[in-house]
Ligand binder design. Structure first.
Ligand SMILES: [Zn+2]
Ligand SMILES: [Zn+2]
Length: 173
């Protein structure tokens, strides 16, 4: 959604609060596509700081479905974004393009809430996802989810350095 900023920029110290529904439904990045099972509205506050400076603050809550890093079970992960950004509206459009990560959500006198929130989700995306802290993962041999029970495979692994020595012995025979 595009929010026109002319109103808040019309007089200094003006504050505009908006509640904006977003419709991402999923978060798509280089890591994959993740469904957003909960998507609360964005609470946005725009403050005219004077001198063509605009303060953009907001918060929004999501719940994303992300596969567990160890066993790949889809796990619901709450993600909250909070941001507070000061924007210099005097900067030329070119200046903003150079400074992509900060202000690419401002286009002329419009603020693109989708772009803004997408950037914040990217920044706040969890580095690690586990279905539970003690997730046992999946068996490397048979692929069974070990949280559901032991598979009985012999999973004793050779130290990789020992494996090299074992290979040397094999080849010398
Ligand atoms: Zn897991
Ligand atoms: Zn197994």
């Amino acid at each position: 959604m595009l929010i026109n900023l002319t109103d808040v920029l019309s007089c200094e110290e003006k504050v505009v609060k908006r509640t904006v529904e977003t419709e991402f439904q999923s978060f798509d990045s280089s890591l994959g596509s993740f469904p957003l099972t909960e998507e609360e509205p964005l609470n946005l506050t725009l403050t005219n700081l004077g001198g063509d400076k605009l303060l953009v603050e907001g918060e929004q809550k999501f719940v994303a479905k992300i596969p567990c890093d160890r066993c790949l079970t889809e796990t619901e992960v709450p993600i909250e974004i909070f941001f507070s950004k000061e924007i210099d509206m005097k900067q030329s459009a070119e200046g903003r393009i150079d400074d992509l990560d900060e202000t690419d959500f401002i286009d002329g006198y419009n603020l693109d809430t989708e772009k803004l929130v997408y950037g914040e989700l990217l920044l706040n995306w969890p580095m690690k996802t586990l279905c539970r802290d003690d997730c046992k993962g999946i068996c490397k041999k048979c692929g069974k989810n070990l949280n559901e029970g032991d598979c009985g495979c012999d999973t004793v692994e050779l130290d990789p350095r020992m494996a090299v020595i074992a290979d040397i012995f094999k080849n010398s025979k």
